[in-house]
Ligand binder design. Sequence first.
Ligand SMILES: Nc1ncnc2c1ncn2[C@@H]1O[C@H](COP(=O)(O)OP(=O)(O)OP(=O)(O)O)[C@@H](O)[C@H]1O
Length: 265
Amino acid sequence: MNTHSMAGSPVLAVNNLAVHFGGLVAISDASFAVDEGEIVSLIGPNGAGKTTAFNVISGFLRATQGEIVYRGQRLNGLRPHEIAEAGLVRTFQKTSIFGNNTVFENVLIGLHRVSAASTWETLLALPKVRRRERQLRDEVREILDFVGLGHRGEELAGSLAYGEQRLLEIAVALAAKPSLLLLDEPACGMNPTEALSFRKLLSSISERRITILLVEHNMRMVMGVSDRVVVLNHGKIIANGPPAEIQKNPEVVRAYLGHGAQKHA
Ligand SMILES: Nc1ncnc2c1ncn2[C@@H]1O[C@H](COP(=O)(O)OP(=O)(O)OP(=O)(O)O)[C@@H](O)[C@H]1O
């Protein structure tokens, strides 16, 4: 849970969002905001529209209606890499790491994406470039230690256990220097011990002043880590509030918590 005191001003605003796939309405008239420093979870039954919302926010899908505003900048129409450059970085439901590269290299590749030297500088191996490379390697070690993979740097990413691969994805996302992290089912496939330490990792990320928007089916994690929970059902927001309130909300219990969520918890 976020305990520092900078929460309050919205950094991300989703205003009257609608997404249609042909005749299918995946999201209709959904509005919610995420404040600076918050951990907000987006929950709801399968097919409720959570991933669709993520895809629109991160630029992988166009909104049919409505707007996405991040720190005063309208994101509609921007490409995913432009949105990542603005500080919104996402992970995916399916793992997106390079299995044949080492854990260390995966994070290094992520860092290079945001701080690449020019080709000439690299070819000439200028002292500046060598210095920068050393700095990047230190940064990789720091990030790997932070997510708990410091001892795995030299392993091939593809050889990691599933839960560790999810941690590596977080490390790669952190390498992109996000100010808002969008996490799509990050705890999927984790055992209870892994899920518990992952929950602590989310809190530590939040302490680094990174705002988090989370899609997750593990209700123990959602209710334990979130400052606020937004509930989608059939593409509409049916509740938005602190975890204790959401757990008691009759409509949420009926639509999701009563049955659908339990099998994932
Ligand atoms: N590219 C697409 N084309 C057509 N329909 C789609 C597409 N993507 C999603 N949908 C439909 O939109 C609705 C919302 O799907 P979405 O994947 O956003 O739900 P979700 O809440 O993320 O579900 P889950 O918890 O299963 O991941 C579903 O009815 C889905 O079948």
